[in-house]
Structures are given as structure tokens and as C-alpha cells.
Write a protein that binds this ligand. Structure first.
Ligand code: GDP
Ligand code: MG
Length: 171
């Protein structure tokens, strides 16, 4: 078919929310309960097909970037896609996600397709601290995609990337 479209996607969010776990779940179908899922400086790739268009994601994990915030712009500059992750059991991570949204909307290119993802949904029934409505309302307010995910069970992880790819292909 037609040539594949290559998309740089950055994962942003507070340390420990599950960014690396989401990437590993999506690309390799794996989950590591004991952490140490960080990919390092490299990126993972995965190709998906949406509406006859092949989309190759270059997924950039931002290991350590949480602490060295000033380095972040070089990660997301020019990236057409971002997933901003928070942990549904952590209000501080949701606050941090809101700051990321603000920063991306101010500094990144206006065409950037962003998904807000409330991860660790598998823990929601026991430990939820951020309601689904809070997350969804915040995403809607800024025109972002929204989902709740679990890197542990795989809930909505693949759909999230497919929906991002579909929105990118459509724009
Ligand atoms: P990062 O710092 O944002 O990259 O977060 P990690 O991917 O390293 O995950 C931090 C910790 O949370 C690890 O112990 C993971 O096993 C755990 N974790 C990540 N995603 C999930 C999830 O969806 N559900 C649960 N229960 N734990 C998760
Ligand atoms: Mg990580």
C-alpha cells in the first residue's frame, strides 16, 4: 500500500505513573511489576495500520526527565504526538499532568495531538484519587484525547495508540 508515516511520540508525566510500563505493554506486550521498566535513552517503535495508512510510532520515553525539567523541550520539540500520563491513585500526578498540558499548549506546535491518560486503572476500585470525570473534563477543556489505562492488564493501551494514530492521519 501507501508509504508509512513516521510519528515521534513523547511520553510525559510524573515519575512512577507508568510511562515506561505503557510503552513496554504496547510494544512488547510485557509488564514488569517491580518497575525498572525504563527504556533509557533509546526509543521503541511500533507500526500500526489505521484506515489503510501505515503509521510507525517512534515512542520516546522520558526517563529521568521528570527531575531535569529544563531538558524536556528537546524531547517534545517537533513531536507531532504526546501522551501525558498521570496515575489515577495520585492527585499530585494529576496536578503535574495539568502543568504538562499547559506547557505543551504554550510551547509545542499547535498541531500536536495529545492524549491525557489516567494510568493504573486496575487500582481504581481500591485506591482511586482522581475521578474519571475530572480527567475527562480537563481533556475536553483543552481538546485532548482522553482515556484511562492499565499497563498491568493492558486495558485501553492499544486503543489509545490507535486513536492517536487515527487523529494524526485525519489531520
Ligand atoms: P515511569 O516512572 O512513569 O516510567 O513509571 P514505571 O513504568 O517505571 O512504573 C512505576 C511503577 O508503577 C512500577 O512498579 C510499575 O510496575 C507500576 N505500574 C506501572 N503501570 C501500572 C499499572 O497500570 N497498574 C499498576 N498496578 N502498576 C503499574
Ligand atoms: Mg520510566
Amino acid at each position: 500500500g501507501s508509504k508509512s508515516k513516521q510519528i515521534k511520540l513523547v511520553l510525559l508525566g510524573e515519575s512512577g505513573v507508568g510511562k515506561s510500563s505503557i510503552a513496554l505493554r504496547y510494544v512488547r506486550g510485557e509488564f514488569n511489576e517491580n518497575g525498572e521498566a525504563t527504556i533509557g535513552a533509546a526509543f521503541l517503535t511500533k507500526t500500526v495500520n489505521v484506515r489503510g495508512q501505515s503509521v510507525k510510532f517512534d515512542i520516546w520515553d522520558t526517563a529521568g526527565q521528570e527531575r531535569y525539567h529544563s531538558l524536556a523541550p528537546m524531547y517534545y520539540r517537533g513531536a507531532p504526538a504526546a501522551i501525558i500520563v498521570y496515575d489515577v491513585t495520585s492527585t499530585s500526578s494529576f496536578t503535574r499532568a495539568q502543568a504538562w498540558i499547559k506547557e505543551l499548549l504554550q510551547q509545542a506546535n499547535s498541531q500536536m495531538v495529545i492524549c491525557l491518560a489516567g494510568n493504573k486503572a486496575d487500582m481504581a476500585s481500591e485506591k482511586r484519587a482522581v475521578s474519571r470525570e475530572e480527567g475527562k473534563d480537563h481533556a475536553d477543556e483543552h481538546g485532548l484525547l482522553f482515556t484511562e489505562t492499565s499497563a498491568k492488564t493492558g486495558l485501553n493501551v492499544e486503543d489509545m495508540f490507535i486513536n492517536l494514530a487515527a487523529k494524526i492521519v485525519a489531520t
